[in-house]
Design a protein. Sequence first.
Length: 382
Amino acid sequence: MAASSSLLFTSLLVLLTFADSSVQVLGLGVGINYGQIANNLPSPTRVSYLLRSLNISRVKLYDADPNVLVAFSNTNVDFIIGLGNEYLQNMTDPIKAQNWVQQRVQPYLSRTRITCITVGNEVFKYNDHQQWSNLLPAMQTVYNTLVDLGLDKQVSVTTAHSLDILSVSFPPSAGAFRQDLGEYLHGILNFHAQVKSPVLINAYPYFAYKDNLNEVPLDYVLFQPNQGTMDPFTNLKYDNMLYAQVDAVYSAIKALGHTDIEVRVSETGWPSKGDENEVGATPENAGLYNGNLLKRIEQRQGTPAKPNVPIDIFVFALFNENLKPGPASERNYGLFYPDGTPVYNIGVQSYLPELIYSSGSTTNGFLFCCLLILAMACLIFS
Ligand SMILES: *[C@@H]1O[C@H](CO)[C@@H](O)[C@H](O)[C@H]1NC(C)=O
Ligand SMILES: *[C@@H]1O[C@H](CO)[C@@H](O)[C@H](O)[C@H]1NC(C)=O
């Protein structure tokens, strides 16, 4: 017992010292995707300290995990929460949508800042036409529920697309949506314009690089110095692929008649490891991609077509997720290993407290309070 309380004390001193902010932290405008397809992640309470050490205050979830929402009570972290594709059918039913909002969102709103709900993720990537048809009605029904409950000013509604929705992505000014999605995207864009919510895209220059090794220069996708490419129709110069992808989506939206909808990046990232055929998936490249991206976000850069709109980005992802199916890269997008050590250096200091562990976050909060009181007592009586 004596040994373990002195261990507690030492660890808490570290924690308290850290809270005094003797560690230099960066002010990052970036958001982070907090994916949880893993069985070895730290508790949400510990994660809240990790994010605080990184000064990251925007988090995107793929669900509405109450453990996370509770663990981030009374923090200044903004959350995008998600309704998975499996909910789309039910969310077209106003009663079910209302039940979901009342049970999964409303109870947490007084303490946790939930600013946005993504209804479905990459729905058009899969060939399930029933889902395609359900998407807009589900978005509308969730939105109408928020209106009925007086929450629509606080919480917006959108969905996240993969770049598979484009048939042309280069040059950016020629960006166009796939023909077969026209009837769906028309309605969805009208919805965005009406409720003033952004279009979210999951954009991975890594995929374009990996699939076109001979055509795509690595420096261009990694935000490294390079010759860049010129859009022959606009004469705008692109020095990286991500900005070209974003502007291609702006062009596609414009082609459907909208100039008033913002495009944001709900996911981007680079794997630190992959299978043998996944060329480029290395810690060095991932460190360059994410490190260079952070610098640009800090500079509040816009894309060439929208220079005055600082690009809004959620990096994928916070942790490596060991239970994700698919090629090895899928399990290796994290900035951190589950034990809180960085997978590679992106020039940012981080800290995951060691002692606060348990599976339930309520227990965590309680445990943390006890530890804090114990540490205070130790300080006073030592
Ligand atoms: C944290 O980030 C915010 C903006 O994102 C910035 O205003 C603040 O100064 C940062 N704090 C530290 C300690 O870096
Ligand atoms: C959809 O609603 C049905 C009937 O209420 C329910 O059994 C089912 O679990 C719901 N689906 C999801 C994904 O919540």
